[in-house]
Design a protein. Structure first.
Length: 191
């Protein structure tokens, strides 16, 4: 959070209670800080079960073959918190947060608290996310799905310092991704 708050471009956005991202208003991160504390997240994650995991199970790391076989590539093992919920959340980062689509955006317009960029998310991704979300809701308890979605939040928080270091202005795209999923997840589980 300290790195995010020190980012020149994001620091300017923190002055506002809400952000308007591509024409839709969202509560800014200050509204959610109580859900991002160690104590709160510990309560969410305390019942996670541990297992062997891929560690970076994004859409880009799944290769599908014509014969219905698939391969998981580029594992990132040895996380501090090796829970299968991390892998489920990484898929959410792709499908819910549209990470891969944000990676391909080259231009962003920031005027006060109004942020606009070309949202290139495909209808296929939206449909896959809807099915995946339904799968999670049917397979897991509400407590378990809450943990999975909160792991997605942590993934976004963890990637922002790297994006800020690479290109502070374009990091705003990933900050927007965080804000959108925060509004959705906290709205679903807490408000």
């Amino acid at each position: 959070m300290k790195i995010i708050e020190k980012s020149k471009c994001i620091r300017e956005l923190l002055k506002y209670d809400t952000l308007i991202i591509n024409g839709k208003e969202y509560k800014n991160i200050q509204h959610f800080k109580k859900y991002l504390t160690y104590e709160y997240l510990y309560g969410v994650f305390k019942n996670d079960t541990y297992s062997d995991i891929h560690g970076d199970l994004t859409i880009e790391n799944i290769i599908c073959m014509p014969n219905s076989k698939y391969y998981l590539i580029d594992p990132n093992t040895g996380n501090i918190h090796d829970s299968a919920n991390l892998d489920y959340a990484k898929l959410l980062q792709s499908l819910h947060g549209c990470y891969e689509f944000l990676m391909n955006i080259k231009d962003i317009d920031i005027t006060n608290n109004i942020i606009n960029y070309l949202n290139t998310q495909s209808l296929s991704y939206k449909n896959i996310y809807a099915k995946y979300s339904e799968y999670l809701d049917n397979k897991f308890t509400k407590e378990q799905t809450k943990s999975i979605y909160f792991h997605e939040i942590v993934h976004w928080l963890r990637l922002l310092p790297y994006k800020i270091k690479k290109d502070d202005r374009m990091a705003v795209l990933f900050y927007c991704g965080l804000i959108i999923i925060l509004n959705d997840i906290i709205g679903k589980y807490e408000e």
